[in-house]
Design a protein around this ligand. Structure first.
Ligand code: HEM
Length: 256
């Protein structure tokens, strides 16, 4: 049973009024923007983990995003442009998702009780998705605003200084957990909704899909946590040189 059906049956509403095509269109747009953002996050966390291969790797990737192969030395304006596009999709996706939030606290409580009584896995997943989605409104916006307005402050030292010395690690920790769970549950629900991998045996394939999405979600959580720890370690070692920018092959002048 879909979440909308549950809410409607709980509230005694009926869908058999006027048939409008708008909800279906909005639903499609929500799925499409969600998919774009999920693909972006999958790639983003992989690129971000380049720090695990060393500072030179992360530096080279940052320069690539500044299009240094196109403009001599690169320009951080390209990072701002990308951040602006992602921010616009993020806001539009959140706006569309607002339709699906419970309209009142009472509705939310009824839904929670219902999920508990039924032990309905998909309803529980939906609760994870609105909770993490709500957190992303704030955490995602802070992060996106910073990369949009300070694109020059991205790099092995600049990012690590922000994470350690500017105390951004609690924010990134919460952002990582919420975005990975949100994207994992979101992609799983998309696959179920549109029946992408149903094949000839939907029941069996859905169980398999669930396991695969769960494994990928755990992989990304672990990868993100290791990357975050690498940034914290570099930031800790670099704290006395806060503000200094990284250049390839340079050594940290560790005075500790
Ligand atoms: C074009 C847009 C984006 C850019 C340029 C960008 C860039 C970055 C950079 C450079 C970092 C390293 C830390 C830092 O320098 O502050 C980072 C970390 C992170 N970003 Fe983004 N980001 C973007 C969009 C997003 C979005 C939309 C999300 C999720 C809503 C997100 C989630 C994260 C997370 C969870 C981390 C921590 C990574 C980890 O623990 O490995 N980012 N991002």
């Amino acid at each position: 049973m879909l979440r909308e059906d549950i809410v409607e049956s709980l509230l005694g509403k009926t869908t058999q009024k006027k048939k409008s095509r708008i909800p279906a269109k909005l639903d499609f747009l929500q799925s499409a923007t969600g998919l774009i953002l999920a693909i972006f996050i999958i790639l983003h966390l992989l690129f971000e983990s380049s720090i695990l291969l060393g500072k030179d790797s992360m530096y080279a990737l940052t320069k690539m995003f500044e299009l240094d192969f196109f403009i001599k030395g690169g320009s951080s304006i390209f990072i701002s442009i990308l951040a602006f596009i992602i921010f616009a999709i993020f806001i539009f996706h959140a706006f569309l998702a607002m339709r699906k939030f419970p309209n009142s606290y009472r509705e939310y409580l009824r839904l929670k009780t219902h999920a508990k009584l039924m032990k309905h896995k998909d309803t529980n997943l939906w609760i994870i998705q609105i909770t993490t989605g709500f957190m992303l409104f704030f955490l995602g916006s802070i992060h996106l605003y910073i990369v949009l307005t300070e694109p020059q402050n991205i790099g092995p030292f600049a990012s690590s200084d922000r994470i350690y010395s500017d105390t951004f690690y609690p924010l990134y920790f919460m952002l990582l957990i919420s975005v990975v769970l949100h994207a994992g549950v979101g992609v799983y629900r998309l696959i179920m909704k549109w029946g992408w991998f149903d094949g000839k045996n939907p029941k069996e394939n859905r169980v398999k899909t669930r396991k695969i999405v769960k494994a990928i979600t755990i992989f990304y959580l672990v990868l993100g946590l290791f990357s975050l720890m690498a940034y914290i370690k570099i930031g800790y070692d670099h704290q006395k040189h806060y503000g200094e920018r990284y250049t390839p092959n340079m050594e940290i002048k560790n005075e500790n």
